[in-house]
Structures are given as structure tokens and as C-alpha cells.
Design a protein around this ligand. Structure first.
Ligand code: GLY
Length: 568
């Protein structure tokens, strides 16, 4: 009796374990799951399913990325978007890699002091609220440009799931209901009493249906007329009317001129891994490679995960990298960014020369380095690998949650408040506390600096990981830690995503951390070293895929959100 009970228990545990680790055809998982034909990991179950739906009918990773991107604009409106911008990093099965920059741009009327008053004082929240806070949207041109070059399926097929979700609606999650209730007053204020789909009489509850018929009509215009369906025609007219009403500066000419740009990826080596990531106007790829180079000589795996020794090293590297970011990074179409110098291993090691294990160096004694002598909250990420081994890593954003919360009347989409990512005055912190200067000053048609870090990692020349995160300034450090969790600390993909995170960005001189990142005794030890610590409920939201030998695709969906792995 006792023996059979133990056997039963063992079989039950084994069943639960295997169910969590492997997935038969078409299964989907909130947490980790392993597939062999294709995987999509995104911030919303309906968007992950949209990507897999397209993979199953013969679409490749780019088709799936376009389907997931448009679906997120519908079912994850706090960050998924057509009114914002983002970045895509692609690696084809043959190893060719490239990136697509569809970051928003400052309107042509914009100028360096547009968010300052006559005395040069920053006008509070002017770069965050209202139509003036919006950059010229890039997402639609970006997704269509990627689809034109690499998609296999018709636009009609890849946009079908998003249009269906917008027309018929979808059940919202508990987290979404809470957020919509929390932002109710902001939506009312931003839209001056015009009805928007995100506000209803009664409070939202989990499982309520959110339908967006106006957004469905806009998506159909894009499906039928391509970029002209958004940057021209009635949708553009609706956007211009919104600008006129809200005293925004985006014009028909801004929309006509907007084009996504293919850029060469930024690349770096870390041990046996090759990092392929986003170059400027994101700071993400440069910063990630700098961080990896700075920690590379130290025995992190021996020191252990998030031990005071490891945290000390990583934080001291982070301070230096964010100081460099503030000085050197900006839109490469406007300023010379010394990318190769900043990511050179020699420069990164020189920046760490004064580092001594166990010693805290205050941010005030750290300034940006000098690479020249050697010659010169809210965002969302999704990762996709298809059956042929093509990989796509996309991070996209409206900047803060629901952007500026203005819904374009008649066209149903939210506008971004990305202008706040510029340095609106030298040294003045943006909403993520990041400071900047000349390199990231506002100029007409310029792209604002970003921290988005969509990344693909190769191991010994083969596809190994697709990774990225939302989280403003914490994006870079979330991606950094996730990569180290796998490469240095031997974690599986889901474990690496789940693990507690911490973050330092030079200014303020503070380690932000999640409760589960440090044990109580490690916290005491870090304080003893001289660090100031501040707890945050959550840092980053990583959605990633690890490709193991034999081509098994292990998804890791961040449990901090409603994120989901889907595949087959
Ligand atoms: N809006 C956040 C970022 O691009 O870094």
C-alpha cells in the first residue's frame, strides 16, 4: 500500500515535471516550454498565438514577427503599438544578421528648447503629456519594411489575427483590468471626454472583452494600402486633426518623410558567444557589449549568482557604461557616436582598471570615459525562432504605459510620448532618471536615444539565444543579467528569466533591486560595501528563447507579466 502510494506520487510528480518542460504539438505555456518547429514569446497570450498561427500556415519568423507586432498593438495597448516605434534584430538561418530601426523621429518643427520656458526652465511633463510629446510613429513602416523584404505570406494573412482581435475583441487579463482602471482618469483627461475603448462606465474586470473597432478599421487600411494606409489617406488625416486639436507638431510632411532604416548590427564577442544587437539610436547594444567586456575577466560563475562579489562587479561596470551613455550616445544620423571605440575590449578593460573586488566607487567620482585616444516604462519585447532557424528579436514602445494616452480620434490608436527620451535639457533627468547632453539633444527629424536592446546571441557560430526586455533604463541591465544567468550560472531559459534582477544606472547612485534578487545577508553585505539600495517591485520583463543542441527551442516567458510562450 505504502509502496504503491510512493510509486503513484513519483509518477504524478514526473508527469507534472515533464508537462512543464516539454510541449507536444501546439501546446502553449505561461512558463518554460520546449518546441521543435517554431516558438513565439511575447507579452500577451493572444499575440504569441497570433505569431504561431502564422508560422503554422507556412510563415517564417519575420511573418510571425509582423503578426505578433500588429497583434500586440491590439491586445497589449500599454506598449504594443502602431503609434510608436521600435527596433528589430534579425538573424537568418544562414547566419546573415541585420537590424531595422523604426524608432520615432522628432517632428520637423522640433527644436532643442521646445520643452523649456523662456527662462530655460523645463516645463513639467510637457515631454510626457499631450500631443507635443509624440514623435513621428515608425512601427507601421518598420513592420511593413521587414515584411516586404523577408515575408513569405501576404499582408492579408499576417495581419488577419490582429484585425480579428480588434474587431471581435479579446478577454483582458487581471493585470490589464487593474491597469485600465488605474489609468481611467488619465485617459479621460488626455482625450477630453471623447469616448475611447479603454474607458467604460463600470470598472474593468478580468475576462471582460476589449474590442477596438476604430483600430480594426485602421489596420484594414494598412492591410489594403500598405504604408500609404497609415502615413497617407484618412488615417493620416485623423492623426493630423488630432495634432491640430492637441497643439502637437507632427505634420503631413513628417508622415510623408518617415522611413525605417536598415542598420548594421553592433557586434561583440563574450567568451565563446557572439552578441548581435541594436546599434544607435539605441544605446542598448553598445551598452550590453561594454558590460559583457567589463565583467569578462572575472570568475563570475565561481563567485556565484547575485553574491555581493558578483553584484559589486556588475554594478561598478554599470555605472561606467551609463556615464558613457549620457555623454556619447545619440542618433548616428546627427552625431558621431564612437561605437567601435566604446565597445572595444581594450577600452572597456581600461574603464575597469580601478575596480577592486569589494570596493564601492561613488558615481560622483566616475565620469564618462574617453574612448577617442584610440582613434576614433513601458515597452514590450518579443522573441521568435521559426522551424528553419530564422530568428527575430523585436522591442517596441510608446515610451511610458499607453504612451501619452491620447487615442487618435476615428483611428483608434494610441500615440507615443517618446520625445521624453531626448535630453530635453543637458543634465535634466528624463522619466527613467537618465541624463544626457548634446549628443541626444532635440533636432528636427532626429531620433531620440533609446535603451532598447533586442539581441541575438550565437554560440560557436550557431544561433543560441534570442532575448530582450522592456523597462526603460533597466532594459540593458535586464538583458545583461539574463545572458549571464545562462552563460555563467548555468540556468535554463525560464529560470534565467525568472531570476531576481538588480540595476544601477550611474545616476542616481543607487542599486535598484527586486526582493528576490538578494538574500537578506547579501543586502547587508552590499550596504557594508557602501552601496545605497532601493527595492522595486519588478525590473524588466524578459521574453527569450534558447536554442539547444539538436535544435530544441526553449522559450522563457517572464512571470512578472502575462507573458506566454507559444509554439509547436
Ligand atoms: N522609451 C524607452 C526607450 O526607448 O529606451
Amino acid at each position: 500500500m505504502r509502496t504503491s502510494g510512493i510509486i503513484f506520487l513519483f509518477v504524478a510528480v514526473l508527469f507534472v515535471f515533464l508537462r512543464g518542460c516539454t510541449s507536444p504539438e501546439g501546446q502553449e505555456e505561461r512558463g518554460s516550454a520546449v518546441f521543435s518547429h517554431g516558438v513565439v514569446v511575447s507579452a500577451h497570450p493572444a499575440a504569441s498565438r497570433a505569431g504561431v498561427e502564422v508560422l503554422r500556415v507556412g510563415g517564417n519568423a519575420v511573418d510571425a514577427a509582423v503578426a505578433t507586432g500588429f497583434a500586440l498593438a491590439v491586445c497589449y495597448p500599454r506598449a504594443g503599438n502602431i503609434g510608436g516605434g521600435g527596433f528589430m534584430v534579425l538573424r537568418l538561418a544562414d547566419g546573415t544578421a541585420m537590424t531595422l530601426d523604426f524608432r520615432e523621429k522628432a517632428p520637423l518643427k522640433a527644436h532643442e528648447r521646445m520643452f523649456q520656458d523662456e527662462q530655460g526652465k523645463v516645463i513639467p511633463r510637457a515631454s510626457l503629456d499631450g500631443s507635443l510629446a509624440a514623435g513621428v510613429p515608425g512601427s507601421v513602416d518598420g513592420l511593413l519594411t521587414a515584411h516586404n523584404r523577408y515575408g513569405h505570406l501576404t499582408l492579408e494573412k499576417v495581419m488577419a489575427p490582429a484585425i480579428r482581435l480588434a474587431e471581435k475583441g479579446f478577454p483582458i487579463t487581471r493585470k490589464q483590468a487593474d491597469a485600465l482602471n488605474r489609468y481611467r482618469d488619465d485617459f479621460l483627461k488626455a482625450n477630453k471626454g471623447i469616448p475611447v475603448p479603454f474607458v467604460k462606465e463600470e470598472p474593468w474586470r478580468q475576462g471582460d472583452t476589449l474590442a477596438q473597432p476604430e483600430l480594426a478599421a485602421t489596420l484594414k487600411a494598412i492591410r489594403d494600402y500598405g504604408r500609404e494606409g497609415f502615413y497617407g489617406g484618412w488615417v493620416a488625416e485623423a492623426l493630423i486633426r488630432q495634432m491640430e486639436k492637441g497643439e502637437g507638431w507632427i505634420t503631413r510632411e513628417d508622415l510623408r518623410q518617415y522611413r525605417a532604416v536598415w542598420r548594421k548590427p553592433v557586434r561583440g564577442e563574450f567568451k565563446e558567444y557572439s552578441i548581435i544587437s541594436m546599434p544607435p539610436p539605441s544605446s542598448g547594444g553598445v551598452a550590453l557589449i561594454q558590460l559583457l567586456h567589463m565583467v569578462e575577466p572575472y570568475p563570475l560563475s565561481e563567485w556565484g549568482w547575485n553574491t555581493p562579489m558578483s553584484v559589486n562587479l556588475m554594478v561598478e561596470a554599470e555605472k561606467r557604461v551609463y556615464a558613457d551613455r549620457a555623454k556619447y550616445l545619440g542618433d548616428p544620423d546627427f552625431v558621431k557616436v564612437p561605437v567601435e571605440e566604446l565597445i572595444s575590449r581594450e577600452y572597456c578593460l581600461r574603464r575597469m582598471r580601478v575596480f577592486r573586488p569589494g570596493k564601492m566607487i561613488p558615481s560622483d567620482s566616475i565620469a564618462a570615459g574617453d574612448p577617442y585616444p584610440y582613434e576614433s516604462e513601458e515597452t514590450t519585447h518579443y522573441s521568435i525562432v521559426d522551424g528553419e532557424g530564422n530568428a527575430v528579436s523585436v522591442t517596441t514602445t510608446l515610451n511610458r504605459s499607453y504612451g501619452n494616452k491620447v487615442v487618435v480620434e476615428g483611428a483608434g490608436f494610441l500615440l507615443n510620448n517618446e520625445m521624453d527620451d531626448f535630453s530635453i535639457k543637458p543634465g535634466y533627468p528624463n522619466s527613467f532618471g537618465l541624463v544626457g547632453g548634446k549628443a541626444n539633444a532635440i533636432a528636427p527629424g532626429k531620433r531620440m536615444l533609446s535603451s532598447m536592446t533586442p539581441t541575438i546571441v550565437e554560440k560557436e557560430g550557431k544561433l543560441f539565444m534570442v532575448v530582450g526586455s522592456p523597462g526603460g533604463s533597466t532594459i540593458i541591465t535586464s538583458v545583461f543579467q539574463t545572458i549571464l544567468n545562462v552563460t555563467e550560472h548555468g540556468m535554463g531559459m525560464q529560470e534565467a528569466v525568472n531570476a531576481g534582477r538588480f540595476h544601477h544606472q550611474w545616476r542616481p547612485d543607487m542599486i535598484f533591486y527586486e526582493q528576490k534578487a538578494f538574500s537578506p545577508s547579501d543586502t547587508v553585505e552590499l550596504v557594508r560595501m557602501g552601496y545605497r539600495l532601493k527595492k522595486r517591485t519588478s525590473i524588466g520583463r524578459v521574453d527569450a528563447i534558447r536554442v539547444s543542441s539538436g535544435r530544441s527551442l526553449e522559450g522563457g516567458a517572464d512571470p512578472r507579466g502575462d507573458d506566454m510562450v507559444a509554439g509547436y
